[in-house]
Write a protein that binds this ligand. Sequence first.
Ligand SMILES: Cc1cc2nc3c(=O)[nH]c(=O)nc-3n(C[C@H](O)[C@H](O)[C@H](O)COP(=O)(O)OP(=O)(O)OC[C@H]3O[C@@H](n4cnc5c(N)ncnc54)[C@H](O)[C@@H]3O)c2cc1C
Length: 319
Amino acid sequence: MILVFAEAVNGQFKKTAFEAVTYGNKTAQLLGNQCVVLTLGKVNNAGQLGEYGASKVYNVSDANLDSFDSQVYASVIAQAAEKLGAKVIVLAHTSTGKSLLGRLAARLNAGSVAGVKSLPDIAGGSFKVTKGVYSGKATAEYEISSDLKILSLSGNEIRPAKGGGEVAMEELHLTVPSPKTRVLQVKRQEGIVPLPEADVVVSAGRGMKGPEHWGIVEELAKVMGATTACSRPVADADWRPHHEHVGQTGLAIRPNLYVAIGISGAIQHLAGVNQSKVIVVINKDPEAPFFKAADYGVVGDLFEVVPKLTAAMKKFKAG
Ligand SMILES: Cc1cc2nc3c(=O)[nH]c(=O)nc-3n(C[C@H](O)[C@H](O)[C@H](O)COP(=O)(O)OP(=O)(O)OC[C@H]3O[C@@H](n4cnc5c(N)ncnc54)[C@H](O)[C@@H]3O)c2cc1C
């Protein structure tokens, strides 16, 4: 049986959960097995996971699961895997999935691969998966030989596929340990999709000349429904907050669309964004290295191009 942990934030499932269930379902089909989904804490509309291929959805409800604690979650997922006889556990490669993968592998004595990007190759009884390495410049193939295998699925590698119908959610009774630390308060920025989950990202660099000019970037992001990001020197200079810094030493993201404004495209920057599905570069220097990684490029002064793009977007959206 393939056990997928479907992650929810404030009770709502994220796109990465639908991707993980789709992946679990496809893996189950390959192995001639069932895809069972586990949800933890308060969740809304878990039955919808059936549409992505879950044949059953189990939930463990307990106040200790309402906020994320990797030790508590790992304990409960490990118990569920043992109780249900899982052969493969699938997580999303989110910050939650990353913090669970190693704990689960250690608890369950299982082989694990973090950030897989392909369905398992099971030719000849083997179990091989691939993942991107060296900032996505190469692909490595891993074979897992343990009985139980644990995978975290990279975002945007598999399109969530609907096919099945809703399924009923069943309560699973397990021992939920008490967390060693307790979350007292969570403050979220309203209306902004966190960078690692954003489908569209508008990012800017030192070409902006100073923080006082960021209004045009924010306006474009608003029209496009995008989250903003920046290059490292911009965050280092306190032009933008550090959580917006993407790249080798910042966040690695893979949105569907990444718009890079006044960013040169240094290798350390590209390391965090070159897995984006579509890259648009706006730079006045036609020799800027970013153009080599771009799907679309505009050679021009960003102070002219960005307001025109925003106006065109507004017109397009209004029409
Ligand atoms: C160990 C290490 C780790 C690093 N990690 C990261 C990282 O995680 N993320 C990261 O971003 N960087 C990182 N860097 C820094 C990286 O090497 C680059 O220095 C940095 O990405 C450059 O930022 P930038 O493109 O914003 O600035 P610049 O290199 O100064 O480029 C600015 C660009 O704006 C263009 N421009 C200027 N004016 C205009 C205009 N009016 N209109 C249009 N275009 C214009 C210029 O042509 C230029 O291409 C790291 C470096 C090291 C050594």
